[in-house]
Design a protein around this ligand. Structure first.
Ligand code: ATP
Length: 201
């Protein structure tokens, strides 16, 4: 089974694209969902976070995400500490899900990792799909979807890999600047390419 990473900047259409791959029968591993799960009560990462930042918890014992974000994002050392807790936990769970899927008959699985390049997680995947749109469209679509102002989106964009960096790392590019129908067609095309590579390989 090949492992294909799918990445792209904020609002580029990763969810839209991965939903389409899923409709084609491709199993999806979602790093964001896993990240969320690893911070739920009971998980080892939860307890490690609790012992480090005990003031960032709600009265019911859940992590107060905005408080934790405020604390670590302005302090690189704290952020590194948090990432040292979260990243190994997320990667271990990704590996576990891959292992389970490899027992089934799939040509490939897709791992959606928004910050694949920023975190340098290329070793987790065999090939990379980049969902690509121009920055102006990323801003427009994210503003519309999240009802936030464009300055906020621009600030997130400035902390992500550049469009050029992503395109350089891509084995497959999905241009999502057109209509949804074009995305549907391109996803089918890339799916067929990956399956034929798998069979040839
Ligand atoms: P994030 O990184 O913020 O999670 P994402 O990369 O998963 O975003 P989506 O949520 O899939 O991006 O898409 C961003 C927005 O753009 C959504 O509201 C989605 O419905 C819309 N969208 C995606 N593709 C298209 C398209 N081809 N045409 C019009 N709208 C689109």
């Amino acid at each position: 089974m090949l492992t294909i990473g799918l990445t792209g900047g904020i609002g580029s259409g990763k969810t839209a694209a991965s939903d389409l791959f899923s409709k084609l029968g491709v199993p999806i591993i979602d790093a964001d969902i896993i990240g969320h799960q690893t911070t739920q009560v009971g998980h080892t990462a939860y307890h490690r976070i609790r012992s480090q930042w005990s003031d960032c918890f709600t009265s019911s014992g859940k992590i107060d995400r905005s408080a934790l974000r405020r604390k670590v994002f302005s302090n690189p050392e704290e952020l590194a500490k948090l990432e040292d807790i979260l990243h190994p936990a997320i990667q271990a769970e990704i590996e576990e899900q891959k292992k389970q899927l490899s027992k089934e008959k799939h040509d490939y699985c897709l791992i959606v990792i928004p910050l694949l390049l920023e975190k340098q997680w290329q070793h987790l995947v065999d090939k990379i799909i980049v969902v690509d749109i121009p920055e102006a469209l990323q801003i427009d679509r994210t503003v519309q979807r999240d009802k936030i102002d464009s300055a906020e989106v621009e600030s997130i964009l400035s902390r992500q890999a550049t469009r050029e960096e992503r395109l350089r790392a891509a084995d497959f590019i999905i241009d999502n600047s057109g209509e949804i129908e074009e995305l549907v067609a391109r996803v089918s095309e890339v799916d067929a390419l990956i399956r034929s590579e798998r069979r040839l390989g």
